[in-house]
Design a binder for this molecule. Structure first.
Ligand code: CA
Length: 227
């Protein structure tokens, strides 16, 4: 059973969240302020955190910042306003999603389930992800394995970034040509096979149980990630 930590100081809202999450099959821990949230987190990190912005003692953004120093645990911020500022600072601060108040409890549960289903820790703000020993930074376009940078041809890197943003989905050669090479590409689709071959070579020290590039005969390729 996955544990969700709810950080909310308003008893009525906390009660509703706890009840709906339990009904959905989650174990729920409640923290009523920022300090308690950090204490509970350090004892045992949950599968996901629902974190209110306006909290006594330590504010939600600061709680998020401290959690992000050490952990990529998914965080959904509960924002008081539907302000774009809140949303942007949340996503840039490493939040995985945000939920403006007032919310419908069923929608919060659906959002929690959706974030937990994501096979990776991609966030709109951070654009950085670790798949086991492989880490990929979309902004700087750097790939590293066991902490050492992996160099590759720009086209191969583009293929890897494309697949890594859409893990566990299969793409045909034609789709990869269109998305990565561009629709005006006139060469052979053998270029895809060669690129995949070089990528596998470059990532040969990536343990297969963490993820790998898989071939689906007659269908295409996918970056499979253990989730
Ligand atoms: Ca509050």
């Amino acid at each position: 059973m996955k544990t969700i930590m709810v950080v909310e100081d308003e008893p009525a809202i906390a009660r509703v969240l706890v009840a709906y999450l339990r009904k959905a099959g989650f174990e729920v821990k409640l923290a009523v302020d920022g300090r308690q949230a950090l204490e509970l987190f350090s004892m045992e990190p949950p599968a996901l955190i629902l974190l209110d912005v306006m909290l006594p003692h330590i504010a939600g953004w600061e709680v998020l910042r401290r959690i992000r120093e050490a952990s990529s645990c998914p965080v959904i911020m509960l924002t008081a306003r539907d302000g774009i500022d809140d949303r942007l600072s949340g996503l840039n601060g490493g939040a995985d999603d945000y939920m403006p108040k007032p919310f419908i409890p069923e929608e919060v549960v659906a959002r929690v389930q959706a974030v937990l289903r994501r096979p990776s820790q991609w966030t709109d703000g951070v654009r950085q992800c670790r798949f086991g020993r492989l880490s990929i930074d979309l902004l700087s376009q750097r790939v590293s394995l066991n902490g050492a940078e992996v160099t590759m041809l720009p086209r191969d890197l583009a293929v890897l970034l494309f697949l890594a943003e859409r893990p566990n989905r299969t793409f045909t050669r034609d789709q990869l040509i269109e998305y990565v090479w561009g629709s005006d590409y006139e060469g052979s689709d053998r270029a895809v096979d060669l690129s995949i071959k070089r990528l596998r070579q470059a990532l040969s020290h990536w343990p297969a149980e963490e993820g790998e590039i898989r071939t689906f005969r007659g269908t295409g390729y996918q970056l499979w990630i253990e989730s």
